[in-house]
Design a binder for this molecule. Structure first.
Ligand SMILES: [Zn+2]
Length: 548
């Protein structure tokens, strides 16, 4: 009789493998699943037997779009989401200032005006609370931020120069007297962010450790970090090395695929017969790495945000200023060129596209890239697809392009998204069911820390799609619990090019799984998010809970 490292038995196993959806034991050896069986079949001998009686095992959750470094760093900042009125927030900022030497930055995160009756903090109030400390407070969308006068002074921008600052793809928001309100949009944020960057290796490794520990508690075994190394979303040109160090030090429990932002791409010379490409030094590209840490697609921002009405839409936003079609982050031709030249170097491209006009640019460019250069090692992707037409869903399915939507936004951001799009476009917001029906890839993802990243909360949202006013956002886009679980496991694996070794619990797959106290398929939908995680296992090793 052969013997394996471990047999997991006694509970119910939903494998996500269509050939054998339900199992009662699985055998693990050297970090892989080597056999899966039912009650009628005998399990092999094992050195360790993990008893999961009364519990349910699923493949580990896989967040296909999140900002792990940003989330980990934000866990150490003032949390604007923790406060229900502006005075309480001002109080928390003042408290942090008291603990910070004069002149030191006060960092805050998660600001959403909707939690404060639609109001933005008053820069004069911020200046009163923080007379000696510069403030940088991120909007929950990441697409804008709020600063005080100390911060503007530190950036070297004074009132007289405001109109001369080159802010292509961004704006310093001014009041009716031409004075800064403290709100900086899109690329304008960089005037402040460049003062706070790069983060040190120590800060980054600690941030990853904080984020990873949280992920383990929530059943996450894999994630895709959607933008490192530069641009407004990166934290250091050495960000990949910080990930390597975190892995080396054993504080990065999850498997991570990292997207590199297009901002740090440049001409890389080759033989005259080679295509003229944009890439990284040494010609490294998507796919480099191992099953624990790898380089994913290049991340390129085509447009802005739905909440800030800066996405590129084909019909004006239904909220905010009239006749606002949003904007692209650069000239369309330049964006297309960047995508094509990166694809020519073998990169998969992940195009941030919120509005349907940006989605169209992405899909049409992918169509060209695929015909010229063939399919990359992991699929091209559209990040968010905030509003996607029926025809675009079909096009994505045909091209094998993943549209990585976030139905998990509904409870926190659904009301604002409905307002931004208007009733006639409600059914096109962060689609899910249509993607599955069209045979396109559909994933589980959070965009954390923009919104909740807890997989079971998002899975519940995928099924319900209920916003804070109790409205179902896009009834036709609701999915079953099974489809939601499938998206969070197999779907994410497909979109990240890793479906041949993860996403299912089947022979040969990585032994990444989560143990749930209750069976989600036998739980009322409104109680899904309350199911407790009793264990998380990556490569056969327990990273959370008593199991393993
Ligand atoms: Zn994102």
């Amino acid at each position: 009789m052969w013997s394996v490292d471990k047999v997991v038995t006694g509970g119910l196993i939903w494998t996500m493998n269509p050939a054998q959806p339900e199992a009662h034991w699985m055998a693990l050896h050297q970090g892989r699943v080597v056999a899966v069986g039912t009650r009628d079949e005998e399990a092999p001998q094992a050195r360790v037997v993990e008893d999961v009686s009364g519990q349910t095992v699923l493949p580990g959750f896989h967040d296909a779009h999140c900002h792990t470094m940003w989330f980990g760093l934000s866990l150490g900042e003032v949390d604007a989401k923790a406060h229900s009125n502006l005075d309480a927030l001002y109080g928390a900022l003042a408290e942090r200032a008291r603990q910070t030497p004069a002149g030191g930055w006060v960092l805050a995160t998660g600001y959403n005006q909707e939690a404060f009756g639609g109001e933005y903090p008053d820069i004069r109030a911020l200046d009163r609370v923080l007379p000696d400390h510069p403030l940088f407070m991120r909007h929950t969308s990441g697409h804008s931020c709020i600063v005080n006068t100390k911060a503007l002074e530190a950036s070297g921008i004074s009132g007289a120069q405001l109109s001369e600052v080159d802010l292509a793809g961004g704006a310093i928001v001014l009041d009716e007297h031409g004075k800064p309100t403290g709100v900086l949009e899109e690329r304008a944020q960089s005037v402040i962010q460049q003062l706070l960057l790069p983060k040190s290796m120590d800060d980054m490794v600690q941030a990853l450790a904080r984020a990873s520990a949280r992920y383990s508690q929530e059943g996450l075994t894999s994630f895709t970090e959607t933008g490192i190394a530069g641009g407004w979303i990166g934290h250091s040109p050495r960000e990949f090395a910080a990930y390597q160090l975190a892995k080396q030090q054993g504080v990065l429990a999850q498997r991570a695929q990292l997207m590199v932002v297009s901002d740090v791409f440049h001409d890389v010379e080759g033989h005259p017969n080679d295509p003229n490409v944009l890439s990284l030094d040494a010609g490294i590209r998507t796919g480099l790495g191992d099953d624990h840490l790898s380089i994913g697609p290049v991340k390129i921002f085509l447009d802005g945000s739905m909440l800030a009405w800066t996405g590129a839409v084909s019909e004006p936003f239904s909220a905010g200023p009239p006749d606002n079609y949003g904007y692209f982050q650069a000239e369309e031709e330049a964006l297309r060129e960047t995508m094509l030249r990166a694809a020519a170097a073998g990169w998969a491209v992940a195009a941030h596209a919120i509005g349907d006009r940006a989605v169209a640019l992405a899909l049409d460019t992918f169509e060209k890239a695929l015909s010229r250069f063939g399919a990359p090692v992991v699929p091209h992707r559209i990040e968010h697809g905030g509003v996607v037409t029926d025809q675009q869903v079909v096009q994505a399915a045909r091209l094998g392009v993943a549209i990585v939507t976030q139905p998990g936004f509904m409870p926190e951001l659904g009301v604002q998204m409905r307002a931004a799009m208007g009733p006639h476009r409600e059914g096109l917001i962060h689609r899910h069911r249509s993607l599955l029906d069209a045979g396109a890839m559909a994933t589980g993802s959070s965009d954390r820390p923009v919104a909740t990243g807890v997989p079971l909360e998002i899975i519940q949202s995928m099924v319900q799609r209920i916003d804070a006013e109790g409205v179902v956002v896009g009834e036709h886009e609701r999915v079953s619990v099974e489809q939601a679980l499938w998206s969070y496991t197999v779907g994410s694996a497909q979109a990240t090019g890793s479906a041949d070794f993860k996403g299912m619990l089947a022979r040969g797959m990585l032994a990444d799984y989560v143990v749930l106290a209750k069976d989600p398929l036998a739980t009322a939908v409104e109680e899904l998010s309350a199911i407790s995680i009793s264990g998380t296992v990556v490569g056969g090793q327990r990273v959370f809970g008593e199991h393993g």
